[in-house]
Every structure is written in C-alpha cells, then in structure tokens.
Design a protein around this ligand. Structure first.
Ligand code: TRP
Ligand code: SF4
Length: 328
C-alpha cells in the first residue's frame, strides 16, 4: 500500500447531479476507487467564492449531491468521503500557502479571467475568489496527493497547485509531492435543447429523476433539426437525442436504429422511447438505492462526519510536518 497513488478530488455542492456530471466525473471516481487510495470531498468552502451572498441552499445541495454519490456507487468502505469545512486543516494550510503565493500567479490564471467575464453580474472582486486556486492547492497537498482527477477546465488550477507545492518545498524543505493531473475523457453531454447539459439552462436529466420524468424529458428532447416530417430521413450524427443513445443503447440496437433513421423507417418518438427505456433500465438500481438512502435522515451527516474524522487523521500528521518545516 505504501507505493499506492493517492488521489484527491472535490466537487462544489451545486445540488442534485445530472447525467452529465455522472458520465463526466462521478463515474470515473467510482471506477478508480478500486485501484487507488482515494479521498473525495464536498468543496463547500469553495462554493462560497461565488455564492457568498446566497448560502441558504448549501446544506440541501450537499445532502442531494452526497446521496447521488453513494446511491450511484461511491463507497465509504473504499474511499474517504468527507466535507472540506469539517477538516479545518484545509483552512490553516490555505493561510500558509497564501503567504508564499505571488498574486501575479493568481491574476494570470485563465480560469479566473474567464469566470470574471462569465459571471460579470456578480461582484467577484474578492480576496477569496482570487485565492480560489490557493485553497484548491491546500485541499490537494494536505493529503500529499499524487494524482488529481480533473477535467480540462481545471488544468490551470492544478498547474498553480504544482507551482505552490514546488515553492513550499524550495523554501522549507521537501514536504509535498507535485500532484499530477489524471485527465478524464469527458464526453460532453448535450441537454434536452441541444446546448451543453447544465443546471442553469434547465435542460438536464437528473440522476434522481423518476423513470416517468426521464421518459417525459427524453420525449421532449431535440432530434435532427432537419427532420421535420416523419417521412424525412434523419441523421443520427446531428441528432441531439442520439448523443444519449450512444451511451445508453446497446450496440446491436444502434446498428438497427442508424440505418432505420437514415431511411425514415423509424420515427423519432419510437426511437426516443427506446432510449428512455434503456436509460431507465440502466439507472434503476442506483436510483432505488438512492431513494432508500434518502429515507434515512442522518445518513449523509453521519457519513460525512465519519469520513471527515478519517481525513483529519491524515491531514493532522501532514500539518505537523508543515509546522515543523516552517519552524512555527
Ligand atoms: N475546483 C473544482 C471544481 O470546480 C473543485 C475542487 C475544489 C477540487 N478543490 C479541489 C477538485 C481539489 C480537485 C481537487 O470542479
Ligand atoms: Fe434522432 Fe432517432 Fe429521430 Fe434519428 S430517429 S433523428 S436518431 S431521434
């Protein structure tokens, strides 16, 4: 076990997860927990960087997200699953790292500039928002992580993490490994309206949706925009619904649907009914597990308390080393 890679990754609590989150991130977490020493956490302090003026929903969001995690297969017997704000060492290390991080590194960060533009309606001229990557570096190196599963959008942040770890080691002695990205090939899922699936667009299918809700959404989903009449031939390559067929419908069935679509032998309603059935069949076991967990009022809190205790045992030892290295 000593040579095993240590994995750390977090998600900001944004509420219940949609299938895009699942196939983009969660499914990968679930897969790697069998082969690595994994720490997965709820990044609730990070959500304050943009939601500091709207904290009312955070607790519910954490609850819903963790039910999705466990219902769909993240396993507290295999991974340490915890909540950032229950392990105050994140904050102590964040403070220390903030002392050695040049402001210019943070201002140069492309994700920072992009988010400032995207969220122009919000006042993000805060110390905490600029320091987002410092807190993220603390999250990661606090456990001496060697690999961090992230999407492409997080690469600049991870690069800053590596620079901060290097700088710490240079100033105070070698304490931290430089964590490497563990890039996950994320299929970009399209939502019902053909835009990227996103909570804010209202175009999502949620892991926790019922089979009926799923079917209704799938039937309302855009198809090939050029296929107006039932007698028009279609093209699966430009069909919005078909991006989900590729994930959920077995290959033999796809081999029938593709030619049938191209020569108008199948209608979109029938085709989407097949999709909805396959989705519901595949999601059913996890959905019912999630529903069962949701009936247990203390389940999520107990799980996060317990995981946070386990995380603290590791972070406590690392912080002792950090204070020693700093001579403080
Ligand atoms: N920044 C990540 C995101 O928005 C969340 C996050 C916070 C994270 N701390 C982390 C991810 C540490 C990986 C490792 O998705
Ligand atoms: Fe899309 Fe199926 Fe309609 Fe073809 S038949 S356009 S694949 S929904």
């Amino acid at each position: 076990m000593g040579t095993q890679q240590r994995i750390v990754s977090g998600m900001r609590p944004t509420g219940k997860l949609h299938i895009g989150h699942y196939h983009g991130v969660l499914e990968n977490w679930i897969k790697i927990q069998d082969s690595f020493d994994c720490f997965f956490f709820v990044a609730d302090w990070h959500s304050l960087t943009t939601e500091y003026d709207n904290t009312a929903g955070i607790r519910t969001s954490i609850h819903e997200m963790v039910l999705d995690w466990i219902g769909f297969g993240l396993d507290p017997a295999k991974s340490v699953i915890f909540r950032q704000s229950l392990v105050p060492h994140h904050s102590e290390l964040n403070l220390i790292l903030s002392m050695i991080t040049p402001v210019s590194w943070l201002e140069r960060n492309p994700t920072y500039k992009e988010m400032l533009d995207n969220l122009a309606a919000k006042d993000l001229s805060t110390f905490g928002f600029l320091g987002y990557p410092v807190l993220m570096a603390a999250d990661i190196i606090l456990y001496k992580a060697t690999r961090v599963p992230v999407g492409h959008d997080q690469l600049p942040h991870l690069e800053i993490t590596r620079e901060i770890a290097r700088r710490f080691n240079y100033l105070y002695g070698n304490v931290f490994p430089e964590p490497e990205a563990f890039l996950t090939e994320t299929p970009k899922l399209l939502g019902l309206d053909g835009r990227k699936m996103s909570k804010s667009y209202g175009n999502s299918i949620y892991l926790s949706d019922t089979a009926e809700e799923t079917t209704k959404k799938v039937l309302s989903m855009m198809t090939d925009p050029a296929r107006i009449r039932r007698s028009d031939p279609g093209d699966p390559d430009v069909c919005v619904a078909f991006n989900l067929h590729r994930i959920y419908v077995p290959q033999e069935k796809l081999d029938e649907i593709i030619p049938a679509c191209r020569n108008a032998a199948i209608g979109c309603v029938e085709c989407k009914k097949i999709l909805a059935e396959c989705m519901n069949e595949r999601l059913a076991p996890c959905r019912s597990k999630r529903a069962e967990l949701a009936t247990r009022p203390d389940f999520v809190n107990d799980l996060l308390q317990d995981g946070s205790r386990r995380a603290s045992e590791i972070s406590d030892a690392v912080m002792t080393e950090v204070r020693e290295a700093l001579k403080i």
